[in-house]
Every structure is written in structure tokens, then in C-alpha cells.
Design a protein around this ligand. Structure first.
Ligand code: SF4
Length: 253
């Protein structure tokens, strides 16, 4: 199966299983300019052509204001290759906010992600986009689960479908079944202008890098391990955990 067919099949599976897209959806696609968000936009664009429901895509790039982050090439690419899409860039002072408010020991990336998500939420509400699609893939789900277990003492990963706390936004992650290596393979066959953030935190999220390396080592020894970890978060047996809120004494007898 070629790259795009594989990606479309995995993404279609997630959309169907988790009911991520409905008739008439106006979907803001978070386009950071990295490989994952370009892949997400491309796959959704591909699926839209033959989907049984009508939906519209609105790519949005949030410029965090880090030096060297250039949105012009993203805009040019869309104008040339996806001219029917209405593309927006939003300039922000996220980099300044991070400089002022980040405290030692706190993850810059999670602070930055929250700020960028807030901007996307606002843009979606202002433009009546009823869903926000983000490019998190299967490896992100797995790494987040392990990071939370290893460093935060929680069993918490990501969800393919998330309603914001105030109920005004819905986030979807249609690439949840796509492995990162498939995205890397796919990107090699495209001419997307990959925009790497020049932010100071690229090297900072060291724990995530270590988890990624650990998973690569483990996958070498146990080839199915990542898919097993991913399955585990959709197959909880809460009676056999230590969180009494989820115990059902009748059933556990
Ligand atoms: S790598 Fe940079 S741009 Fe990306 S989330 Fe971290 S701080 Fe933000």
C-alpha cells in the first residue's frame, strides 16, 4: 500500500471509530508547518474528496513569534497547491509571554502548547469553525502516556476527541492510529515546505526525547510493543487498578 493510501486508511478508521467528522463540519486545521500538521492537512484534503459527508477545511498557522519562524512559504504553498483552501496566519506574542512567565523546572513546550491552543480556540469561535483538527499521531499518544506515568504518576494520554472545558470547542486528532515513521516516509515523497520552529525549547523537552529513544530501543527487541501500548489506552480494566473511584464491587466478586 502506498503512503497516502496507508495514511488515509488509518485516518479513515479513526474518523469512523470515534465519529470525528460529521456532515457540515467546518474544521480548523492547526498547521504549525511541521511534518505532522502538513500530513494531517493533506490526508484530510484527500479524504474530503471521497468522503460520504461534506466538510470544509480551514488551515490556520499560529506564529508564536520565535525568531526565524516564517509563514510566507506555508502561504505560498497553499496558494499554489491547495488554492481552494482559505488559509489564515495569526501573529502572536507567545514567545514574549513564555520569556516573562515561564518558571524554572516547568516545561516550556506544555506552556507554549496551551497558549497556542488558546489562540486556535479563539479563532475557531470567532469564525464558527466547529472543530479543530490537530496533527498528533500514535507516537504522541504513546509518549504522552509514558511521560505521565514516569514523571507525573498518572495514567493519562491523549484522546482523539476532546471537548474544551467551557464546551465551546471540539478538538479532533484524526492521526491517532498513524505511526510517526509512516509520516516520515510520506513526507519524503512530498515537497511540503517544512517549517521547523526556531524556538529556544527545541532541545528542552528532553524527557520526551528520552522516551522516544527508549521506545525505539524497545521496539527493536519487541516489534509489536508500540501498538500494544496504544491498544492499552482503549482497553482499560479499571477493576484491576488502584483508583477506587472506578471500582465496581459487585462485578469484581
Ligand atoms: S518545541 Fe517550541 S514551538 Fe513547539 S511546543 Fe515547544 S516551545 Fe512551542
Amino acid at each position: 500500500m502506498n503512503s497516502i493510501k496507508h495514511l488515509a486508511s488509518k485516518t479513515g478508521k479513526a474518523i469512523g471509530e470515534f465519529k470525528l467528522i460529521d456532515e457540515g463540519d467546518k474544521i480548523l486545521v492547526g498547521l504549525s508547518g511541521g511534518k505532522d500538521s502538513w500530513t494531517l492537512l493533506h490526508v484530510l484534503y484527500h479524504l474530503k474528496k471521497k468522503a460520504p459527508v461534506n466538510f470544509d477545511l480551514y488551515p490556520v498557522t499560529v506564529n508564536p513569534g520565535f525568531p526565524g519562524f516564517i509563514t510566507a512559504q506555508i502561504s505560498e504553498y497553499i496558494k499554489k497547491n491547495l488554492p481552494d483552501l482559505n488559509f489564515t496566519t495569526e501573529s502572536t506574542n507567545i514567545s514574549e509571554i513564555i520569556d516573562k512567565h515561564i518558571t524554572p523546572g516547568k516545561s516550556i513546550c506544555s506552556f507554549c502548547s496551551r497558549l497556542r491552543r488558546g489562540v486556535l480556540y479563539r479563532i475557531a469561535i470567532e469564525n464558527n469553525f466547529n472543530k479543530i483538527a490537530l496533527g498528533h499521531h500514535a507516537d504522541d499518544f504513546i509518549e504522552t502516556l509514558l511521560l505521565n506515568q514516569f514523571f507525573n504518576g498518572r495514567i493519562k494520554a491523549m484522546t482523539p476527541l476532546l471537548y474544551s472545558d467551557n464546551g465551546k470547542n471540539t478538538v479532533i486528532r484524526p492521526l491517532c492510529y498513524v505511526n510517526e515513521e509512516k509520516i516520515i516516509d510520506f513526507i519524503k515523497t512530498t515537497d511540503f515546505p517544512i517549517t521547523e520552529s526556531k524556538c529556544p525549547a527545541r532541545e528542552e523537552d528532553r524527557n520526551r526525547v528520552k522516551i522516544k529513544n527508549l521506545l525505539a530501543e524497545l521496539s527493536h527487541a519487541f516489534p509489536g510493543i508500540k501498538s500494544s501500548i496504544l491498544s492499552s489506552i482503549s482497553s482499560l480494566d479499571t477493576r484491576h487498578l488502584m483508583d477506587s473511584r472506578y471500582w465496581d464491587n459487585k462485578e469484581s466478586k
